[in-house]
Design a protein around this ligand. Sequence first.
Ligand SMILES: [Fe+2]
Length: 403
Amino acid sequence: MVSFAFARMPPIQFGPGKLSALPRLARAFGQEALLVTGKASLEAGGHLERTLDGLRAAGIRVRRIVVDAEPSTAFIDATCAALRAEGAEGAPIEVVIGIGGGSVIDGAKALSAMLPHRNSALDHLEDVGANRPHSGVKVPYVAVPTTSGTGGEMTKNAVLSMVGPNGYKKSLRHDNLIPDAVIVDPELMLTCPPHVTAACGMDAFTQLLEPFLSPLASPLSDALAWSGLEQAQANLVPAATDRGGDLEVRAGMAYASLLSGVALANAGLGLVHGLASPIGGFFEIPHGVVCGTLVAEATAANIAALRKAEGRPGPAGRPEAALAKYARVGILFGGDAGKGEDWNCDFLCERLRILTEALRLPRLSAYGIGAGDLDRIVEKTSNRQNPVPLTPEAIRALLSRRL
Ligand SMILES: [Fe+2]
């Protein structure tokens, strides 16, 4: 019997030139906007002036904040306090607009969540601080991603981090934090550099593969994850290598990323993201790099563990076992349907290792992570919605292979 829950989706404008819909969408929420962007990427593409002109022409007053790193609770608290102080003399912010990569999309989401409140974002962070649920009261939020990676425009959580020996990377979460409108315009992605495209694209791929293999997967989440996987398989390498200027290719990855957000929000994530949380908390390493550098070895470790597991447990509500699903992905990546499940699972592992090399994903050691760090990483790692629980030894071994 099929049984699942599925979250609300925001209205989506998808396609080249759709950024032009922003003034109309934002104006529906009010006239006082907070524009959250990255440091320079919007200027580089010539999109910032066009955006500001369009918003002003629609009668919207704009204050701008720059997010130039993965956002922290301290940054969110300080920015909210400063904006509230301004608001005491002027009008309060009626709509938050986030245009940028994953850090901007999540930073703007956290600002929209915390602007109406006077307490710290830390109070609501899962497993950190007071762990109090967020009320869901927020400022409306329009999300416009400029990278194809986190899919944060479709999710109900904002990841906030503090990097260091006691660091963390945790979520501020509420169903209401799903953005109120989303614009995905692949023209904004044309200037994204190859190494960023590669890391973000591997994150999107991982966020499609992990929900597809999740015990919480449903026929609906599978259909969306599969549609995204098809586009990721076809477009990831071209986007990150020789065809980054091709709008069709960028649109394919933008679509994969968008669907990865829907898939993860509704079916959860597996071990790679379970590892990304402590690794990103302890070390200054981009989220996409962690996912991209680990996904091949984590897939191989999962397949090995599933082969040993009795009864080959399949995702709930689905007759298909996890290994059959991995084999399907192997076939999508160029395998041979006539050669059976085992062969195609092995083929997938091999293809993902080749992909990791082709996209030049850095090893963990490039970010100062050594063998001596693995125990504390493993200790803080959750198996999350992995298709099979892995032992600490197996997790340590897969990390060692990417040092
Ligand atoms: Fe991710």
